[in-house]
Design a protein around this ligand. Sequence first.
Ligand code: ADP
Ligand code: ZN
Length: 721
Amino acid sequence: MAVDVPLRRLFEYRVPDAFPLPESGSRVQVPFGRRTLTGLVWSHPAADTDAPARLRDVIAVLDSAPLFSRDDLALIQFAADYYHHPQGEVVAAALAPGMRAGGDARAAQPYWSLTDAGREVDRDALARRAKKQVALIDALAERGALDAAALNAALKDWRRVAGTLVERGWINVEERDTDGHWPEPFDATPGPELGDAQREALANITAQRGFGVTLIDGVTGSGKTEVYLHAIRECLARGQQALVLVPEIGLTPQLARRFERRLGRHVALLHSELSDGERTRNWLAARSGAADVVLGTRSAVFAPLMRPGLIIVDEEHDASLKQHEGFRYHARDLAVWRARRLDVPAVLGSATPSLESLDNARAGRYHRAVMADRAGGAQAPAIRVVDLNRHVVDDGLSHPARTAVAAHLDAGQQVLVYINRRGFAPTLICTGCGKMAECNYCDARVTLHLGRNIMQCHHCGAVQAVPKVCDACGEPYRALGEGTERVEQALATAFPGVGIARIDSDTTQAKGSRDALLESARRGDARLLVGTQMLAKGHHLPDLTLVVIVNADQGFFASDFRAAERLAQSVLQVAGRAGRAEVPGEVLIQSHFPQHPLLTTLVNAGYGAFADAALEERSQAGWPPYSHLAVVHAAAREPATAQAFLERLKPAAQAPGVTVLGPAPANMQRRAGLHRFQLLLQSPERGPLHGLLHRLAPVLEAAKTPKGLRWSIDVDPQAEL
Ligand code: ADP
Ligand code: ZN
């Protein structure tokens, strides 16, 4: 039995004769110490083994049929082994949240449908007064009974309208058992004819008999999504399900609508912003096979599938596909493992593939399909570097950038100003002694948020009052550097009357606010967009013709060996937002280091050339993908506690072929009041590294940990070392 506790082992229980024997992959309730927990049946002992005398009894059997198939369980087992993480916690990550605590696998849900009176409404007459009512009636007439998730995907503000129509007796709401109720297929909208490069990429995927990985290395706008759609359609035609993973929740509604329109199927969404009920229902539809297409973020890689036929990972380079806390798995890597186990094709797509995937393609393990041009005749944007040493800069914007913004606005187009820092300014600096405002709990500065009039730490979230004067010398502070708020303010002053939307995690806290802002960007109400990373990924804004990258310099001199790769990816991803339709785009990158080889290679020769150079550097330095890494972290209130814990562990962390470095302080030693240290394990081969971790995990678990000390294992770490 796998039980949700932080121990790397399974537990045995007895099933009382009164209960049906639950199959592997079913949930049960079990006593654990003095608590009652949900467990997942893993296996049954062979019939002739004697049960140990003092087994505790299962309290209840929750599922009459297994939730996970053998293949699904194999994935969970592999993930637990590979990431050296407790099985029970991996099971918890694989379950829909509503089911972890033992929720019913057949929860009822409200469904809306037309009544007879509703079907007879004169929609043309109504359309003049109440467009939204007609839209809702149309949707229900076309697709039958729909639940909240389906309506959310199809219409905005439908709930209020639905209330009105229920009062009029035109529609009905009723609770239905969710199992087996999934919207019927509907008519699909045809798409564009594929171009040559797209056809070739598709042929590659469909030529796979069984497992094979296709890496679609296609510039933004080259039509990767179109290729996915065709591949999915062929998968559906074979009677199989497709699983699609994306790194960001923000991308799912837009992508889901496009998939639904084009495939004529209701898509099962899986991400953390859905209610538990919706998520459980979609999860169950994936498992039962009712949903043909499953689209989700990271954890959807574990979604149980009845008849899997294709796995796609979009934006495969994106660091959000790796979980950075707790169970630190990489969804892309597990997706490829799962496809191999299921013997089905896998597709990884990106405009800026990870160096790991490019290396896999070079070695012949993946097939690389290059799509170098934008689809449908759109042109690649022209990229220009603005030397910040040679121009006056005001609130982060250089003179050439301001001129370009004015020109594009005058031409009636849309402009995106990208700055990867929220808040007004990254910190305050004392005009007298140069002291900067710092967090009380982290080795970090605190950011000035003028809107909320606070100083906030972006690492631990702690908030302070905005200081009037320096506590060391009494001189006044001034804001140092710029964030999204400051740039927004500067643009509002420079371009009065032009609609501005700022899109960062401060403006998108409230449910639905991100979609609303993106919608206003898409409609063109906001012609000036200021945003962080959140705006850089995958959004299609047809009128956007200018992208200004306020500062590209943060990645040049970082100690982390992945910093250059991340910088190149984020620059090209945000640049890719420009000029996706008829009008060609322009990109301005502001930098203090315009001659930096990384920047010149990227701008003049493109991502491929950059990646070749970066792989060469990695190879010489022996970093991944030319070696494999794992980190043992320890954190405690006192630095000596964490450091000594790892020192004591170190003698056990020795193995031939594995280099052990540390213990050393983490990149930011103190965070949220904890001092963090790490032991870095490096090996040219995976085998010895995992052999060592396999021996080390039980040692760690058994170690007497000082009070308040926390440790963890991170395999293939992506965070800064
Ligand atoms: P990507 O996923 O690579 O960014 P998309 O698949 O979203 O690219 O395509 C970008 C745009 O080009 C979309 O508006 C899409 O409809 C259009 N498009 C894609 N393929 C074609 C094609 N073969 N012919 C014409 N337009 C296309
Ligand atoms: Zn902090």
